[in-house]
Design a protein around this ligand. Structure first.
Ligand code: GLN
Length: 465
C-alpha cells in the first residue's frame, strides 16, 4: 500500500470520527498528504517511515495550529517545530493533526479545553482522562498507532489507563522540551501513547536524546528501545507499595491490580514489598509546585506577544487584565491564583519552600526503593473513566485522579501504564510501572511481556477499522 493511501485512510478516519469524539482540534490533510507523496517518490527505511502521528496541541508544529486548548492562543500558529517534532519528521513520520487537551494541560478529564472535551471511545458519555485526552483518543479509537502528549503530573499515563492503551512518561531530560509550551518546567515532559509498547519504544528511539536547545535534556546514550522487547522478564523484581493500595481505590481496580501482580509473577517476576512513605503528600506537593511554576510561565500570555488580545481596553494595564480575563478559562485562572499565592512573600516559606523539601523526600523514597527492585507497580488511576460533568465542580475530586502518577513527575523518573483489565461495565484501566532514572528499556520489556501474555481482548465501541 502506498504511503498516500495509508495516510488518506488515517485522515478519513480522523475526520469521520471527530464529530463524535472531538479528539482533533485540527486535521492537517494537505501537509500530511504532500509529505506522504514525497515519501512514496523516495521510499526509505527509517524507523517511522510513513507512520502517522497525532500531536498534542501544546507541542509546536511549524505552520500548524498550536492552541494549547485555550482561547488565548486559539488562532496561534507555531513558527518552528519542537525538537521532538523535527526528530519525528527526520525518522519519516507524518504529523496528521493536533489533538484536544485540557487548557494549558491543566486537568484530568479534557473538560477544561476551550473547544469542548474529547470523548472516551469506550463510552462517549465519559471522559477520556486528561490532560492529553485527544492524543489518547486518537490512538484508542484506532486512528493512529502512536501520538505525543505531555506529562506534568500524569497527563499521558492517566488517559492511557482510561482509554485502554499504553501511555509513557520518560525520565526527566530524556526528551527535549524545546517547543513544548511550558506549564511547570521542572515537572514537564513530552510523553508518548501507543497501541502497544513497541509503538511507544519506536517513537522514543526517534525523539530521545540531548538537544542543545534544552539545557535540561541529558546527554545519555539512546538505545534502540524496541530491540530488547521479547527479552525474558523472569527474575525481574517488582516492588509493590501495599500501603498505597488501600483507601480510595475502586474495588474492581484493586482486584484487577492483584491479578496483575499474580500475572507478573507467572511471567517469572519476583514480587517484593516496598515502602514509599512520602507518596501520600504527592498531590499536595504537586499542586503547590505545579501552580507556582505555572503562574510564572503563563505570565507571557499578555495580549502583546501571542494570540488573542482583548478589544476596547483603555490603556495597557486594562488590556492585560481584559486579555487574561477573557482569554483564560476558570481552571487556568484558579491555578494562576493558587501559584501566585504560594509564591507570595509571607507564604513562600510555608508552602512553596516546604513543598520543595517534601519533593526531595518523595524522590529519596524512590532511590531507597529501587535498591530492592527493578520497577514499582501500582494502579495508574484510582478508578475508571467517569461521566462527563461528574467532577467539573469539584476540583479536589479531580486532583485526586492524579494520586498514583504525580510522584514520578516529582521524582523525575520514568513511568508507563499498560492495559490490565476491564470493569464490569466494560471500561478499561491500566496498571502502572515506574522505574529508576534511565530504566525505560526495563519498563518496556516488562510491559511488552505483559501485554503479549495478557492482552485486553476487547476494543472500544467507537473504533476505526
Ligand atoms: N492532572 C494533572 C493536572 O491537572 C496533571 C496535568 C499534566 O500532567 N499536564 O495538573
Amino acid at each position: 500500500m502506498s504511503v498516500v493511501s495509508k495516510i488518506e485512510n488515517v485522515l478519513t478516519n480522523a475526520e469521520r470520527l471527530n464529530d463524535e469524539l472531538n479528539s482533533f482540534l485540527s486535521i492537517e490533510r494537505e501537509s500530511a498528504l504532500a509529505r506522504a507523496a514525497e515519501l512514496d517518490a523516495e521510499p526509505g527505511e527509517r524507523l517511522l517511515e510513513g507512520v502517522a502521528i497525532a500531536v498534542k496541541d501544546n507541542i509546536c508544529t511549524k505552520g500548524m495550529r498550536t492552541s494549547c486548548g485555550s482561547q488565548i492562543l486559539h488562532d496561534y500558529r507555531a513558527h518552528y517545530d519542537a525538537t521532538a517534532i523535527s526528530r519525528l519528521k527526520d525518522a519519516g513520520a507524518i504529523i496528521v493533526g493536533k489533538t484536544n487537551m485540557d487548557e494549558f494541560a491543566m486537568g484530568s478529564s479534557n473538560e477544561s479545553s476551550a473547544f469542548g472535551p474529547a470523548k472516551n471511545p469506550w463510552d462517549i458519555s465519559r471522559v477520556p482522562g486528561g490532560s492529553s485526552g485527544g492524543s489518547a483518543v486518537a490512538v484508542a479509537s484506532g486512528v493512529v498507532r502512536a501520538s505525543l502528549g505531555s506529562e506534568t503530573g500524569g497527563s499521558v499515563r492517566q488517559p492511557a489507563s482510561l482509554c485502554g492503551i499504553v501511555g509513557f512518561k520518560p525520565t526527566y531530560g530524556r526528551i527535549s522540551r524545546f517547543g513544548l509550551v511550558a506549564f511547570a518546567s521542572s515537572l514537564d515532559n513530552i510523553g508518548i501513547f501507543g497501541q502497544t509498547t513497541k509503538d511507544v519504544a519506536d517513537v522514543l528511539t526517534a525523539i530521545a536524546g540531548r538537544d542543545e536547545r534544552d539545557s535540561t535534556s541529558a546527554n545519555v546514550p539512546v538505545p534502540h528501545y524496541g530491540s530488547t522487547l521479547g527479552n525474558d522478564v523472569a527474575g525481574k523484581v517488582i516492588g509493590v507499595p501495599r500501603a498505597l493500595l488501600g483507601e480510595g481505590v475502586d474495588e474492581e481496580v484493586r482486584a484487577s491490580i492483584e491479578s496483575a501482580i499474580a500475572n507478573f509473577e507467572s511471567l517469572g517476576a519476583k514480587i517484593v514489598d516496598v515502602e514509599l512513605p512520602h507518596a501520600k503528600y504527592g498531590i499536595a506537593v504537586y499542586y503547590i509546585i505545579a501552580t507556582a511554576e505555572a503562574s510564572s510561565n503563563l505570565a507571557r500570555f499578555d495580549g502583546v506577544r501571542y494570540g488573542f488580545r482583548a478589544e476596547e481596553a483603555a490603556g495597557l494595564r486594562e488590556m492585560y487584565f481584559k486579555t487574561r480575563e477573557q482569554g483564560f478559562g476558570p481552571e487556568v485562572k484558579r491555578r494562576i491564583m493558587l501559584g501566585t499565592y504560594v509564591l507570595s512573600s509571607g507564604y513562600y516559606d510555608a508552602y512553596y519552600s516546604k513543598a520543595q523539601r517534601v519533593r526531595a523526600l518523595v524522590k529519596r523514597d524512590y532511590t531507597e526503593a529501587f535498591t530492592k527492585c527493578d520497577a514499582i507497580l501500582t494502579p495508574t488511576s484510582p478508578d475508571t473513566a467517569f461521566k462527563l460533568g461528574e467532577r467539573s465542580d469539584d476540583p479536589i475530586a479531580m486532583y485526586l485522579s492524579d494520586i498514583y502518577t504525580v510522584s514520578a513527575n516529582l521524582a523525575g523518573i520514568p513511568g508507563i501504564s499498560v492495559p490490565c483489565g476491564l470493569s464490569g461495565d466494560g471500561l478499561p484501566f491500566g496498571v502502572q510501572l515506574v522505574g529508576n532514572f534511565w530504566s525505560e528499556q526495563t519498563l518496556f520489556e516488562l510491559t511488552h511481556a505483559y501485554e503479549t501474555a495478557f492482552p485486553l481482548g476487547a476494543k472500544p465501541a467507537v473504533f476505526a477499522e
